[in-house]
Design a protein around this ligand. Structure first.
Ligand code: TGC
Ligand code: FAD
Length: 397
């Protein structure tokens, strides 16, 4: 009879290939040995060390699902196992990686010209060129289709556009070398993707101030993008894709990564709460882990984490077979972020007053998981995407 493994309750490892297990092991080892030791101070200081992307690049963890261009070309599930390993340490570290890998490299791989792929992907895979993804605006978050950012033909320079507008809450923007900005072409009113190179922007046309004093995701860097008639050559525009399916296709991959990533954060909360409950003695010499109410909290969280991992593996397999729908990804993104947040909040109770100390790590996960439930489509927005698919009626407007 097999033994129950509280760290993998439904034996999800049985569904993984040898290669996926090896990639997961590499990502877990790197995350535990090199990210965990620096996260507490980084979170306190609200500091993101860009060296992290170079370290990830050396290990082949960036853009890992992309074929060629120095990328590893692994399965969708393997890509998700990388995000799970990194987010076991901190959602902010996973965030910086997701933007680089899924949103910017993924966008270039899906929609870029041959020149754009050759120019950006190898350096981004090494982590020596940093990307940011600008979709959200101050007045348009859940509804990016109403964006105001605009690209108009340069009045003096043929073959150039002038980009204007503001993006906000943009991960990596203050340190990004290349910013994938979504803006409407003035001539057509259609959304297009532009690769804005910081070093090519004349003074005063691009600013990327950091947003400071966040109360979550403090180990990542977030900022704005202000464009004031910034000249961008036409070759920097994605040639063929127009409309929201451009940015949303990139989001499909990133949302998938969040679905498995948040399970890593929840699993870390479970491990921390279990250890604490076994060591903390209250009433007649008993560890609090002996009490039924504490055990129920651990059982609920373990069940949700195990189900969440299995569902993500299933959707990952379908994605590689070309059979995953955006609604499936909405379902696992919504469910896993919600369950990770709800359970992390409950597990926090196990630590009593010590939950308030950042040394115990649990409060950091709770604050981070609120953000994961909010970005890349807030959970209620994913409910409406699912509701539309179930009823045929759209409830956004
Ligand atoms: P809707 O009419 O539904 O769709 C417009 C067009 O887009 C296509 N489409 C998709 N294509 C591929 N994949 C998807 N998931 C797609 N979803 C939609 C759709 O087929 C249609 O194409 P076409 O050819 O007919 O034009 O558009 P809507 O305006 O009604 O959209 C509503 C809604 C709610 C679905 C959408 O606006 C939404 O998902 N809102 C959430 C916004 C969001 O997710 N923002 C993310 C910003 S990036 C970010 O948060 C990064 S955080 C990174 C980190 O730090 O980890
Ligand atoms: P709003 O759209 O104003 O929504 C507020 C509330 O209203 C939500 O609860 C929402 O569900 C609800 N709501 C809105 N419309 C409806 C409706 N029709 N029916 C019912 N409820 C509704 N964006 C990027 O482009 N790139 C990034 O790299 C990026 N990184 C981020 C990093 C961080 C740390 C954060 C916090 C955000 C980031 N975002 C990024 C932005 C993120 O995607 C948006 O915050 C998110 O899409 C929600 O938009 P909003 O904040 O404008 O909220």
């Amino acid at each position: 009879i097999s033994q129950f493994d509280w760290e993998d309750p439904l034996a999800s490892k049985n569904l993984l290939t040898e290669e996926e297990l090896a990639i997961s092991e590499t990502a877990e080892r790197y995350s535990q040995d090199h990210l965990l030791p620096r996260v507490l101070q980084a979170y306190r200081d609200e500091h993101y060390d860009a060296q992290i992307l170079r370290e990830m690049g050396e290990l082949g963890l960036l853009g890992a699902t992309i074929e060629g261009y120095g990328c590893a070309g692994v399965s969708t599930v393997a890509g998700g196992l990388i995000t799970r390993a990194v987010e076991r340490v901190d959602s902010g570290y996973r965030s910086g990686m997701s933007v680089q890998s899924s949103l910017v490299m993924g966008g270039i791989d899906d929609f870029g010209s041959a020149e754009q792929k050759d120019r950006y992907l190898p350096e981004m895979a090494r982590g020596t060129l940093i990307g940011a993804f600008g979709l959200t605006e101050p007045n348009h978050g859940s509804d990016p289709g109403s964006m105001e950012s605009v690209a108009r033909p340069h009045p003096q320079k043929t073959g150039y556009y002038l980009l204007s507008g503001s993006k906000t809450w943009i991960t990596n923007s203050p340190i990004a070398d290349v910013l994938l900005v979504w803006a409407k072409l003035e001539e057509t009113g259609k959304i297009r993707g532009f690769l804005v190179n910081r070093k090519d922007c004349p003074a005063g046309t691009l600013e990327t101030p950091a947003i400071k004093n966040k109360n979550g995701l403090r180990a990542s860097i977030t900022g704005m993008i202000h464009l004031a008639d910034c000249p961008v050559p036409k070759e920097n525009m994605f040639p063929d894709v127009e409309g929201l399916k451009g940015p949303f296709s990139c989001l499909n991959s990133a949302r998938y990564g969040i679905a498995l990533g948040t399970m890593g954060a929840l699993e870390d909360c479970i491990a921390r709460a279990r250890t604490y409950a076994l060591e903390r003695i209250q009433f007649k010499g008993n560890p609090i882990a002996k009490y039924q109410l504490v055990q129920k909290k651990l059982a609920d969280a373990s069940t949700d984490a195990a189900y969440g991992v299995l569902a993500a593996i299933q959707v990952g397999r379908l994605k590689d077979e070309g059979k995953a729908t955006p609604e499936m990804i909405s379902m696992i993104k919504r469910q896993n972020c919600d369950k990770a947040l709800q359970n992390a909040r409950v597990l926090q109770e196990i630590f009593g007053g010590n939950a308030v100390s950042d040394e115990y790590g649990i409060g950091r996960h709770v604050a981070n998981l609120f953000v994961t439930q909010t970005y890349e489509g807030q959970s209620d927005i994913h409910s409406l995407i699912l509701g539309r698919a179930i009823t045929g009626l759209q409830a956004f407007v």
